[in-house]
Design a protein around this ligand. Sequence first.
Ligand code: ATP
Ligand code: FE2
Length: 327
Amino acid sequence: MILGIECTAHTFGIGIVHRGKILANVKDMYKTEKGGIVPIKSAEHHREVAERLYIEALRKSEINEKDIEAIALSNAPGLAPCLLEGLRFAREKARKLGIKIIPVNHCIAHLEIGQSIGAKDPILLYVSGANTQIIAFAGEKYRVFGETLDIGVGNFLDKFARHIGCGFPGGPFIEELARHAKEENMIYIELPYVVKGMDVSFSGLLTKLQQLFDSGIDAGQLSYSLQETAFAMLVEAAERAIAHTGKKELVLGGGVACNKRLQEMCKIMCFERKAKFFCPAKELLTDNGAMIAYTGEIMLNAGISVNFDKLDIKPRERTDEVEVRWK
Ligand code: ATP
Ligand code: FE2
C-alpha cells in the first residue's frame, strides 16, 4: 500500500493505492469567495485538514496505517508554504511508521494518472492552473513540445473569473456561464487568437476580455467566446504535435481537462485524425492524493525512495527536469 499526499497549492489530498488500484482518494480544497490563493492561508488550510483526511483515507480503504509501505509526497513544484506543510506532515508520519518517502513531481503525477487508463505512447495535453504544456515521452524524460508563453490556461480562467466577480477556482464558473450563453444562442465575439508553432499565449486574450467586460459586454457571452477561442488554440497546438510526431493517442490531463467543451473539442480533433482520445475521471484530474500515490508506487517499484530526513521541497522543478527512470 502506498499513501500519497498532495499539497502543492490549493488542495490537500490523501490517496491510497495498491498495485495500481485506488483504494481511497479524499481531499479538501482551499477556496475563496473572492480573489485568488494566498499561499500562507492555503498552507494553514492544509495543516487544519491533514489529520482528518489521513484518518478518513485509512477508513475508506479499510487498512491499518501499519500496512503502508511508503509515503509518496508531491514535493515539487508549487507554493513553498504549501509544500513545506506537506513535507512536515509526511515526515511526521514516515518517522512514526518507520517508512520511506517517495518524492513525486506534481506535474508528472498528472501525466502518469492520465496514462493509467490505457494510453501507451501519447501526446499529453496538460492543462492546469499554473501549467499548459504539450508533452511527449522521449529518452527518459517528458519533453515539452509546446507550452504557454505566459500564464497557464487555468490561471487565465481564474483571473478572468476574478475580474467578473467570481471566486476561486474560476474554471467551473466560466464553463457554466458559457453553457448558458450557448443555450441562449449568444453570438461569438472575435478575440485575439495566439498560437506560435506549438506554443500558445493567453495574456493578450485576458486583457481584451477584461476590457470588453468593463465596456459592458455580457459575462456569459464573453465566457462562451473565451472558451471557443482559448480551447481552439490548445487543440490546434495539440493537433500539430500529433501531426509532427505521428503519434496516435491524445491524453488530456490537469484540472482544466474537467471542462466538457474542451473534452468535446479534443474528441472531434482525434476523431478526424483517427487518433484515440483518453481523459481520466474528474476526481483524478484536479489535484488529488491518488495520482501522487499512483505515481509513487510506480517509482518505488523502480527503486526510488528516500529517508524522511533527506527529503526537501523543490518549488520550481520543471516537468522536463525529472529523470523518468520507471518507463
Ligand atoms: P498545476 O497542476 O499546474 O500545478 P494546479 O495544481 O493549481 O496547477 P489543478 O488542480 O490541476 O491545478 O487545476 C486547477 C485549475 O483547473 C484551476 O485553474 C481551475 O479553474 C481549473 N478548472 C477546474 N475545473 C474546471 C472546469 N470545469 N473548466 C475549466 N477549468 C477548470
Ligand atoms: Fe495540479
